[in-house]
Design a protein around this ligand. Sequence first.
Ligand SMILES: *[C@@H]1O[C@H](CO)[C@@H](O)[C@H](O)[C@H]1NC(C)=O
Ligand SMILES: *[C@@H]1O[C@H](CO)[C@@H](O)[C@H](O)[C@H]1NC(C)=O
Ligand SMILES: [Zn+2]
Length: 534
Amino acid sequence: MLPLKEKDKPIVQKLLSAGCCARCVLRFCCVSVQAAYRQAQHETLKELQTFIMEKENNKVQDSADIKPHDTESSQTVEDPPCKRAKLDPTEAVQSETDDAAMVTLKKEESSVCALCLGILQDLCGPDQAIKIVETVKSQNYEFDTLVLSVSLPAQLCVREHSCWLHVKKEVRQKGLVLDKDDVIQVKEAFKWIMQGLVTKQLEGVAVVSKSPFEVGVEFTHPDTESDCHFLAKCCPDCFKPTKNKQSVFTRMAVVKALEKISDVKFLEHYPCPPSEPSGSCTPQDIQCLHVSVFIAGRYNKFCRSLPQTPWVIDGERRMESSVEELIAAPILSAFRADGFNFSSSGREDVDVRTLGNGRPFAMELLNPHRSRFSKVEMKQVQETINKSSDKIRVRDLQIVTREAMSRMKEGEEEKTKSYTALVWTQKSIENEDISFINDIKDLTLDQKTPLRVLHRRALAIRQRVIHSMNVRFVDSHHFYLGLKTQAGTYIKEFVHGDFGRTKPNLCLLLKTDTDILELDVESVDVDWPPPIPE
Ligand SMILES: *[C@@H]1O[C@H](CO)[C@@H](O)[C@H](O)[C@H]1NC(C)=O
Ligand SMILES: *[C@@H]1O[C@H](CO)[C@@H](O)[C@H](O)[C@H]1NC(C)=O
Ligand SMILES: [Zn+2]
C-alpha cells in the first residue's frame, strides 16, 4: 500500500514518463515509509500505474483503495487498469494520463532509471547484500554493529536537480508546496532497502547509523560523468583543484554549484528531464574500515644504539630497528591493524637508555580488525613485546580513549625528569667539587638551541631549571651525576656547554673541561597512563 495522495499524481505521472524508476518516484513524492521502498520494484510500479489511472473523483486521499488486497492482485494485473478508465465514457480528461501510463508500461522493465542510474533498481537487493556480507566476512573483522555508507557519483545531483525542475513547474501550478529538501535522498532509500537485507545475511548484526565499524559501498557511472562538466563553466569558483582528489567534480562542489546556478541557466545547458542512461552504475570494491583504537603504556629502553623512531638519512636506513617498531609489531599483529601513529612524552637520543618506570607512550592503531581485549589478553601482548627483544620492555599496556591520549602531552613542560650522566673531567675531582655540586638547588639555565638540533628546531634561548644534582664518585676523572630537571632540559649540553651556548654549564661550574660519556633517563614524571597492577 503506497501512502500517496491525490496531489502526488502529476509528479508520479511526469517522472514515470521521464524514465524514472518506481522507487525514485516514491522519493520525489517524499514518501518516508521505509517499507514502501523495500517492496519489489515491479509491485511498486504496478501500484503507481494503477494509482495514476484512478479517476480523480472517486479517489481522494485514502491510499488503502489504491491497491486491492493481495489475494486479488493477480486479477488486477491481468486486467489492465487503463481498460477500466477507457471504458468509462465520462472520463475524457484522464485519457492523456492513460496514454502516458501505457508508454511506461510498455517500457522494458530492465531500462535504467534516469535519476538513480540503476542504484535503486538492480544494484540494491538481496544479491548485493550477499556480496557485501561476503566481503565483510572475508576480512575477518570483530564487530557487533555496522554502519553502511554509500558513495554516489556526483552527477546524480545534477540529474536530481533536473528532475526537480521538471516537477517543480507542475507543483507550483497546482499551488502545492514541495521542498527540495523533503525529497528522499537516494542514499537514504538505498540504506532503507539494504539494511535489513544485510542484517539478515549477517545473522542479526544490526546495521545502525553510528558504529565503530563502517562498510562503504561506492558506485561510479563513467558514461555520465560529463553531466557535471557544464557546471565548471557556469561556476568556475566551485571547482578548484585539490591535491588529493583526482577529479574536481566532487559531490560537495557539484552541490555548491547547483545552489548557485539559476534555473534558466541550468536549463540552457542541461536536458530536463535528464536523458536516459545506457547502463547502470558500476559498483566499486566494498571498503571496510574500523575506527582507530588507542593504546598506551610505558617503555624502557636498555640499548645505546636504538633510535626511538626509524632513522632515515637521505632515504637510507641507519639503524635496523627502533623503539616504536619493536613495540608496534606485536601490537599490530594482535589487533590486526593496518598501521599506527606513535607518540610519547618526550624522547631520548639514540644512545640514551630509558630506565626506571619508563617513558609514557601512546599509539593510534589504524583500521584494527580486532579491538576488544581483556586485561589478561593485554598482559599477553605485553609479554610478547617483552620477549621479542632484549632492547626494550613495556609495562602498563592498556587500551585508552582518544581524549585520554592528550593527557600525556598536557603540562609536559612543567613535569620533571630524572637522569644519570657519566661525566669525565679534565682536572681531577676534589671533595669540595662534589659538595659544591650536591649543594646546588634550582639552578636556572639559559639554553640556546643546541647545535645538533638546530636543523629541526627554531633558534631560541630557552630557560630550564635543574632542581637538584648529586655526584657519585667513580675515579678521579669520572663521576656519575644524578639530575632532577624540568622537562625539556638539554642534559648533554649542560655537561659539555655546547660552545658556551648553555649557560651556566658544568665546565663553568667546575672550572675545567667536562664531557658526557653516557646518559640514562631514570624517570619521566608524567602520571599517565595509570599503572596497571601486576
Ligand atoms: C596517523 O597517521 C596517518 C597516516 O599514517 C595520518 O593520516 C594521520 O593524520 C595520523 N593521525 C594522527 C592523529 O597523527
Ligand atoms: C614486561 O616488562 C616490564 C619491565 O620489566 C615488567 O614490568 C612487566 O611486568 C613485563 N610484563 C610482562 C607481561 O612480561
Ligand atoms: Zn531510480
